[in-house]
Design a protein around this ligand. Structure first.
Ligand SMILES: Cc1ncc(COP(=O)(O)O)c(C=O)c1O
Length: 357
């Protein structure tokens, strides 16, 4: 049983989906073939249906969430980006922008994790970079907070990292211009695929930049190349076709079950049970005390001896994640994703109780 924050437990259908792919002609098809074009088109349709992505947004495939940290900075900034940082992944994105030579500014989340003191002004050209679900600390932005960003900075491009939450999202698409995620977390898939969602506004800005600053966007998977290829559902370079196939099938499965409302209902049931049980276990405590700001997929718990607990669970064949970075000796992290069965979550709780008694 794997409750790591990702890569995590595979969705139970993955082995049969993988088998179907490997025995199909798609497994050795070219990314210029009509079979691939059909797959790309289907995946876009299923993903848009599942996540409510507007029809006029484009969807591109890359290697991972981190590769999209870079892609977003390269393609959507001229000189500067402003990062709102609530933990290590926001910090990492900030450091990518710095390494890429952008002028970077940072605003850190308030110490009670209730959000950000929004700056009076941000350079009009700056890209605003936000982390929706900070996997290191288990803190999440609320739809209201995202709405405030949009109201305060209506003309800025806003990019949102949704890596450890997607497809489980609750914001309005009109509040952001671009998002990206990888699939080894809440989709329950093997790692190796990053997905980039780009609004018409972000695309327009990216395309204008390449004319003005031709060297700013690097060489690989530039937004202009993505866009040109997207028109015929192709990709600039050979993509992870198996990953795209799996993504399409997982989205199809969830869409048949009721889409995002189904996922939200499952998550509510999981968390109502999990959070209540955790609150009754002595010695474990949510690191984010206000549940409004608590991640719905990543539970970060304070515990005095994380290593011992992780080892004890391992002996019961249960994997969880250690605390991130400086919090290795203070936290454990548990991924609760829609494909985790309630029965497994009950089993995890029982194991936690018995390890802690
Ligand atoms: C919030 C967040 N952003 C970005 C990343 C990087 O994604 P990837 O591991 O797919 O490169 C992670 C990975 O855990 C993450 O949790």
């Amino acid at each position: 049983m794997n409750f790591a924050v990702g890569p995590t437990q595979l969705h139970p259908q993955i082995p049969s989906i993988a088998q179907d792919f490997l025995t199909s002609s798609l497994a050795s098809a070219s990314h210029r073939s009509s079979a691939f074009q059909q797959l790309y088109a289907n995946t876009v349709e299923e993903l848009k249906t599942l996540m409510g992505i507007p029809q006029n947004y484009e969807i591109y495939f890359d290697a991972s969430g981190s590769s999209l940290f870079e892609r977003v900075i390269l393609n959507l900034t001229t000189e500067s980006s402003h990062h709102f940082v609530s933990g290590s992944f926001g910090e990492k994105w900030f450091s990518y922008a710095k390494l890429l030579g952008r002028r970077v500014e940072k605003t850190s989340i308030k110490s009670d994790f209730s959000g950000y003191e929004l700056p009076e002004e941000i350079d009009t050209d700056s890209l605003i970079c936000l982390t929706y679900n900070e996997t290191s600390l288990g803190v999440k932005l609320t739809p209201k907070m995202l709405q405030k960003f949009r109201q305060k900075f209506p003309n800025h491009l806003i990019a949102l990292d949704t890596v450890s939450a997607a497809p489980l999202i609750d914001f309005e698409w009109s509040d952001i211009d671009s998002t990206f995620f990888s699939v080894q977390k809440a989709f329950g898939m093997p790692a190796g695929l990053g997905v980039w969602v780009v609004s018409p506004n972000a695309l327009k800005r990216g395309l204008a930049l390449i004319d003005k600053y031709p060297l700013h966007q690097g060489a690989h998977n530039r937004i202009s190349d993505f866009h040109k290829n997207y028109k015929t559902y192709q990709t600039p370079s050979t993509p992870n076709i198996m990953g795209i196939y799996m993504l399409c099938e997982i989205c199809k499965t969830y869409n048949h079950l009721g889409g995002l409302s189904y996922l939200k209902k499952i998550n509510e049931q999981q968390r109502a049970f999990f959070d209540k049980e955790i609150s009754e276990i002595n010695g474990l405590e949510f690191s984010i005390t206000n549940s409004d700001y608590r991640s719905k997929t990543i539970a970060v718990l304070k515990y005095a001896e994380p290593k011992r607990l992780i080892e004890a669970l391992k002996k019961r064949d249960i994997t969880i994640s250690k605390g991130y970075g400086d919090f290795e000796e203070q936290h454990i992290r548990i991924g609760i994703f829609p494909h985790h069965e309630m029965e497994s979550i009950r089993h995890l709780i029982e194991a936690l109780k018995s390890c802690l008694n």
